[in-house]
Design a binder for this molecule. Structure first.
Ligand SMILES: [Zn+2]
Length: 320
């Protein structure tokens, strides 16, 4: 790993080389709003900061002025400040941070609430401090708490010469369609574990079987020594991955696996709800389940609720 790779280690690998190249080229004419989905939380944040570097690093700006891809150096003070969350023109907000937490423990990532959204809107009228662009990172948004995001829609609608936005989400279905429709969407590669996880495979198979038959999984998860929190988090990630696979028309790389098979009927034609609506529901339930896990709800409880709702949705549509 060289010096540059150490600044943003989660996106240093070959997996991300293509996306870094895409961003360096996009920076020649930056889209007003970029949406980064897929991967894991760390990779999304680092890729967003890479994008901020591409929009502000002196080396990248010089390359862009020559009409060449704006690859940031990841070694200069500007890049270092951006990676550390200390650059004045790079602002990060997270809808999952509570107002109280924000006041007691202010950090480089701020809470995203109505007050912040209003402050940000008035700040957008001023020019950035440096010669590059102001970059606003927004994460932890969801249809359930979109008030502040709605307040920002106006700002996203009005093209600004010196501000660009980055939305970060596990899946685009977690965001308001109005936000997604005005974004340039990029999907990150999923992080692969070096060794196949036999334990996870078994849980995936059990959940997929439950979604077909309605049997087995709930008892297995609730049993003593059953599903623990890290396994539950990984299982939910597997579900997300399967959902993205299905949403990509099965075209994304990698073996589909039992969960993708089980979720495929979500996008089948017919049924009461539109395929996109069904997929959006599944995405929202995944978001809620992950949030419950973070709040310390028992893993078996979380997965039971998620799996049962999904089973009813799949079965209801099959019967329609
Ligand atoms: Zn630099």
């Amino acid at each position: 790993m060289d010096v540059a790779d150490r600044l943003l280690p989660a996106i240093a690998g070959e997996d991300f080389a293509r996306l870094r190249g895409v961003l360096a080229r996009l920076a020649l004419a930056p889209p007003q709003t970029l949406l980064l989905e897929g991967g894991d939380e760390t990779a999304r944040q680092e890729l967003a900061r890479y994008w901020a570097c591409a929009c502000n690093c002196p080396q990248a700006l010089a390359a862009a002025a020559r009409g060449e891809p704006a690859a940031p150096c990841l070694a200069c003070p500007v890049c270092a400040q951006i990676a550390a969350g200390e650059h004045l023109d790079v602002l990060a907000f997270d809808g999952r941070i509570g107002n109280r937490e924000d006041e007691e423990n202010p950090g480089p990532v701020m809470a995203f609430n109505m007050r912040r959204a209003r402050e940000l809107k008035s700040r957008l009228r001023d020019a950035p401090h440096g010669p590059g662009r102001r970059v606003v990172l927004l994460m932890g948004l969801s249809p359930a708490r979109d008030e502040a995001a709605n307040a920002l829609l106006k700002a996203l609608e009005e093209p600004s010469a010196h501000t660009v936005f980055v939305l970060l989400a596990a899946q685009r279905e977690q965001l308001l369609p109005t936000l997604v429709s005005r974004s340039f969407c990029l999907t990150l590669p999923w992080s692969e574990t070096a060794t196949p996880d036999a334990g996870l495979d078994a849980w995936e198979a059990a959940l997929a079987d439950f979604l077909h038959t309605g049997r087995g999984f709930l008892e297995k998860a609730a049993a003593r020594g059953g599903l623990d929190a890290p396994q539950a988090a990984r299982l939910l990630l597997s579900c997300q991955r399967a959902l993205v696979h299905v949403l990509a028309g099965g075209a994304s790389t990698g073996a589909p696996g039992p969960l993708a098979d089980a979720l495929a009927p979500l996008l089948a034609a017919g049924g009461k709800a539109s395929p996109v609506h069904r997929a959006a529901l599944c995405g929202r339930w995944l978001d809620e389940a992950q949030e419950m896990l973070r709040y310390g709800v028992a893993p078996a409880r979380v997965l039971e609720g998620f799996a049962s709702r999904l089973f009813v949705l799949l079965r209801g549509e099959a019967a329609a």
